[in-house]
Design a protein around this ligand. Structure first.
Ligand code: MN
Length: 198
């Protein structure tokens, strides 16, 4: 098994001015690539350990690495997919509206909570919306890439609030990044499909 860095579904400058070309290039080509490489390195170490090489491998540390890097890879893959170039008008999607109303009471309540959660992430992490096993939606924070995941819950929307995601564009103003990202970049059609598929 080997992970591969997926191509972005749009050009590096497609999300500007909300996210600059420079940030997208660094984020995808360096940061995401490093998580893919880290996941593969951990998998290789485990394979060698099974084959009798690396008999003294620190399994606890290697599995922690694996969790961090695989989660980082999968969240970035989702992050790229649920964004689209700014300026597209939202056409209401009935299944999405129903799901949001059922779980949050309405779009505004959902938006307020998601944005609040994203701004409240301590240090490096993500704001994530999950489709739950009972077909509801739940907004969570993920610390780093891999802490707080809920088994059986399916991420359908994810916002990276690591400093590498916004610092070059917004410096310490994470709030403006979060507000602009939420209102301008989300591909709700993609999110709706992921909710339906979950
Ligand atoms: Mn990132």
């Amino acid at each position: 098994m080997k992970y591969e860095l997926p191509q972005l579904p749009y050009a590096y400058d497609a999300l500007a001015p909300i996210i600059s070309k420079e940030v997208m290039a660094l984020h995808h080509d360096k940061h995401h690539a490093a998580y893919v490489a880290g996941a593969n390195t951990a998998l290789e170490k485990l394979e060698k350990n099974r084959a009798g090489e690396l008999p003294d491998l620190d399994l606890k540390a290697t599995l922690r690495d694996l969790s961090f890097h695989v989660s980082g890879h999968l969240l970035h893959e989702l992050f790229w997919q649920i964004m689209q170039p700014p300026g597209k008008e939202y056409t209401p999607i009935q299944s999405l509206e129903d799901a949001v109303t059922k779980s949050f009471g309405g779009y505004e309540q959902m938006q307020k909570q998601f944005i609040g959660v994203a701004k409240a992430v301590e240090g490096s992490g993500w704001a994530v919306m999950y489709a739950t096993p009972t077909k509801e939606l739940l907004i969570m924070t993920i610390e780093k890439h891999n802490l707080n995941h809920l088994p059986g819950y399916h991420p359908v929307l994810a916002l990276d609030v690591w400093e590498h995601a916004y610092y070059l564009d917004y410096k310490n103003d994470r709030g403006t990044y979060v507000d602009k990202w939420f209102t301008e970049l989300i591909n709700w059609e993609e999110v709706a499909e992921r909710i339906e598929a979950a």
